[in-house]
Design a binder for this molecule. Structure first.
Ligand code: F3S
Ligand code: F3S
Length: 110
């Protein structure tokens, strides 16, 4: 997994990262956005765009809970949905998802 969005995005969701992603691999939940591991091509363009430094490379923080949580957002069935998102092939195909993983939905601070 290459780039990951961490806790700093929660309740900020600035969306500047969305504008620079060449493959539309960043999906907006409710409180946070999530990068699709299978669709991200590891270009690095999003990382410097985030005003709250929420984006990081996974190999520098493998134990960060948001690495696994970013996978779960796509592989697990989110609240109110009938099936996992999977790999839609671009965020524009699904629009803003509007829900979060249980970790993010219940997040109250580090
Ligand atoms: Fe991935 Fe970010 Fe580029 S999500 S494809 S590293 S803009
Ligand atoms: Fe979140 Fe930063 Fe993107 S706040 S939506 S990761 S620009």
């Amino acid at each position: 997994m290459p780039y990951v969005i961490g806790a700093n995005c929660i309740d900020v969701t600035d969306r500047a990262c969305l504008d620079v992603c060449p493959v539309d691999a960043i999906y907006v939940g409710e409180r946070k956005s999530y990068i699709n591991v299978n669709e991200c091509i590891d270009c690095g363009a999003c990382e410097p765009e985030c005003p709250v430094d929420a984006i990081f490379v996974d190999r520098k923080a493998r134990d960060d809970a948001f690495v696994a949580d970013s996978i779960a957002f796509f592989s697990e069935t989110l609240p109110g949905r009938a099936a996992p998102l999977g790999d839609p092939g671009g965020a524009a195909t699904v629009g803003e998802v509007g829900v979060d993983t249980p970790l993010v939905a219940g997040f109250t601070g580090p």
